[in-house]
Write a protein that binds this ligand. Sequence first.
Ligand code: SAM
Length: 290
Amino acid sequence: MDTSTFFRDLPALFAGEPATSDPIDPRWSALCDEVAGYTAPNELAVLNHAAATMPADEAYLEVGTFKGRSICAAVQGNDDKTFAAMENFMEFGMAGELARRELMTNLETHAGEADVTLLEGDCFKLMVRPGALDRPVGVYFYDGEHTLLSHYLALAAVEPLLADEALVLIDDASWPVVQKAHRLFLKRHPGWQIVEQWDAAHADDPRWANGLHALTFRRRPGSAKRLSRQDEMLRRYQTTVQDRLNAAMWKAVGVVPGPITAVAKVLLGRSRQIGDDGVKSDGQKSTDQH
Ligand SMILES: C[S@@+](CC[C@H](N)C(=O)[O-])C[C@H]1O[C@@H](n2cnc3c(N)ncnc32)[C@H](O)[C@@H]1O
């Protein structure tokens, strides 16, 4: 992936400064009206541009697909590209079958011609599965779970799958928890750089939701394409202990929404605060218009 071309051509997508203006193409706000989701129009413009810039012998990988808003935007006009979407249908107390069906309908309606493979399951298990993807990942968009560990692993687990030069786009990056994970990760892993930070002016910014950061990865010659021992231990903890706790929490939210949500609010509040804004009372993003 030629990341310099991506950054060079990006300003032309917007009427003015990307931070403070809308995308020129009206498709992205229309898609937000048509597909339920948590990403905002400026983010969709960036994702689509990333997929368009990516060469066809690389893959676009998304983690956290929900009902398909972001992947439906990425694929528009990119029928010659290969897309993979990882989703475990766990968050928001989603009834798995129902959410999957809605995603499939949206993919049929908005991504009918595109080559999209849905990989169902925990991304931190799927990413280490041999042959999970048949080509290197040129563009990676992470919009999965937002804890410190999951954001650290979002970079660690994908690194071996990335092309020698790759673009990595991280959603909700205006949240302190995400930025802390990036600082911790970048300190320990060479070849990474934060290039753009499209931050939300406030929580649930109508243009940038909770912020999108763009990182680049350039593999150092001779570096190993596997997780370090420490990162592998963290991945195992996430996929054997933490994921069970998460599953229990999301299940509990469905049963006793009030008290559990109040506890989650206290636990997540500061790590998800943007500037002087408070988080929404349910800790979720308000860009889900459905
Ligand atoms: C914020 S939503 C994604 C929103 C979507 N990108 C959009 O444009 O509307 C986050 C999604 O990530 C999924 N998710 C969370 N942790 C995951 C994991 N470890 N593996 C796969 N999917 C995960 C959740 O089930 C949820 O649907």
